[in-house]
Write a protein that binds this ligand. Structure first.
Ligand code: PGA
Length: 253
């Protein structure tokens, strides 16, 4: 059984004060609505807010994740933050390979794979983002692109790690208001899962695959209703706490 999961990626948004207020309000709203935690909720705030948000939400069963990590445990790495530090600060998840990090920080498949390995070593579950650009899509290279990105991580791991989460995020859908067709997102999720099973055997079926890219309270049910899609990674629409609650509670179509 794959537990449905909704991940909020706040990116470089919200002051620390606003992040803490959101955490408090989220817990209040979930309690008011009798949220039953059947669906897993993960907030990925900015780094300075991570610990404080965790303090406000962890007791309500909401998890926190980081948006990035550095490899290694400790050392002379100015500005670096290891998985161990993030875990100590309350994180249980960490996003790796987000397209913004691949593009803005030049993170290669190899770097992303090293970060996924470092996450597991530090007892964090990586949320691996994969997705094609519009040029790759037009060239019919969607499957080849996402499989290359997934495979780099699978090759770097020495054994099946079924707590890995994979988020299919087509680049042209991120922050654009243009979503993938749910059936197409489902097809790509199936391609990813088939590969996980090829490499890891039946255990690979347990890995959760999410869709991300312009998800909001109005369209999330169409994705959640797809057979192969276990949830969503949401940027912009997760910044509003009421929107987050609406997505958490939406009936699945
Ligand atoms: P978006 O971002 O929901 O604002 O499109 C998704 C993401 O970048 O993870």
């Amino acid at each position: 059984m794959r537990r449905p999961i909704l991940v909020a990626n706040w990116k470089m948004h919200k002051s620390v004060g606003a992040s803490l207020a959101y955490g408090r309000e989220l817990v209040r709203l979930l309690e008011d609505h009798g949220f039953d935690n059947t669906r897993e909720l993960v907030l990925c705030p900015t780094l300075p807010a991570l610990w404080g948000v965790g303090q406000r939400v962890l007791s309500a069963g909401v998890e926190v994740g980081a948006q990035n990590l550095d490899t290694g445990r400790e050392g002379a790495v100015t500005g670096g933050v290891s998985a161990y530090l993030l875990a100590e600060a309350g994180a249980t998840y960490v996003i790796v390979g987000h397209s913004e990090r691949r593009m803005l920080f030049g993170e290669t498949d190899e770097k992303v794979a090293a970060k996924a390995v470092a996450a597991f070593e530090g007892h964090l579950r990586p949320i691996l983002c994969v997705g094609e650009s519009s040029a790759e899509r037009d060239a019919g290279r969607t499957d080849a692109t996402v499989l290359r990105q997934l495979d780099a991580v699978l090759k770097a791991l020495s054994r099946p790690e079924i707590s890995l989460v994979v988020a299919y995020e087509p680049l042209w859908a991120i922050g654009t208001g243009r979503v993938a067709k749910p059936a197409e997102a489902n097809r790509v999720a199936a391609v990813l899962r088939r590969h996980l099973v090829e490499v890891w055997g039946e255990e690979g079926r347990e890995v959760r695959v999410l869709y991300g890219g312009s998800v909001n309270p109005e369209n999330i049910a169409q994705f959640w209703g797809q057979q192969e899609i276990d949830g969503a990674l949401v940027g912009g629409a997760s910044l509003d706490v009421r929107g987050m609650v609406a997505m958490a509670e939406v009936p699945i179509e």
